[in-house]
Design a binder for this molecule. Sequence first.
Ligand code: ADP
Ligand code: MG
Length: 288
Amino acid sequence: ATPTALMVGTGRSAKMGILIKNGEVLEAANDVQTVVFDKTGTITVGQPVVTDIIGDQKTVLTLAAALEQSSEHPLAQAVLAKAKREKIAVPAAHGFQAIVGQGVSGQVKGQQIFVGSERLLVQQKLTMATNLQAQLQQLQDEAKTVVIVANQQEVLGLIAIQDAPKPTSQAALAELKAQGLKTVMLTGDNQRVAAAIAKEVGIDQVIANVLPQDKADQVQQLQETGRVAFVGDGINDAPALTVADVGIAMGSGTDIAIESGGIVLMRNDLRDVGKALTLSKKTFNRIK
Ligand code: ADP
Ligand code: MG
């Protein structure tokens, strides 16, 4: 490889807000067949908003907010923002616990409360009334993540949270498809929600309910059929960004994601994924 061509190629891309860290990435980008995306903050804006509350709004919101004030999760921010808008006095929680990829638990006002996914409910051996289950599925089909609020005896309510796709996600996916690439979404969220968002933006395959520690494994499985690029932004995404043939981090992402990616998209525009791959290929073919 001639260093000058490399510099020219990466220099030009840098002007477009695409940082290519090294020559290995240029080589790897050549034969990419599958592009895998994280959902939250990558395909979606990453600023979830509460849209619906099922059950007694004040009770549900008060209990959930009490626990979520100790959580770092984007869903927690949405719940707290809603509690603030509704002027809820948020009580303290004790014995707070974050259950990775599932939710949070702790004592609020003397009762043990769980806030999280259906998986968390199953673990507590709790079931949901059929009509509540139907409402939950309807909300999920509307691409809303539903957080369940329960105590040790029963489900107290549901909080539906929406995180809209970025305005350019659909165009970005269409471009990749036009380049003959297969697209996959990898998420810890529920299958119905993931499928609804995938349909909205035009993604070929959905792998949902993936625990943070299993994201890299999923990428490795996809690598059995060819080279894989992974696009992500979160702490959870760092192992997958490292394992992928081409790791592409969003510039707005966490430091560890940015460090783990071979390419960084400074404009946070998913349309730059296709541009980055094309540019890498061109540069590589010029210098090889
Ligand atoms: P994502 O891939 O969307 O970042 P995570 O692995 O962080 O997903 O979480 C998976 C699921 O676990 C969420 O969709 C949610 O149902 C539940 N969950 C995780 N953390 C919380 C929390 N703090 N409050 C409520 N639910 C949570
Ligand atoms: Mg994310």
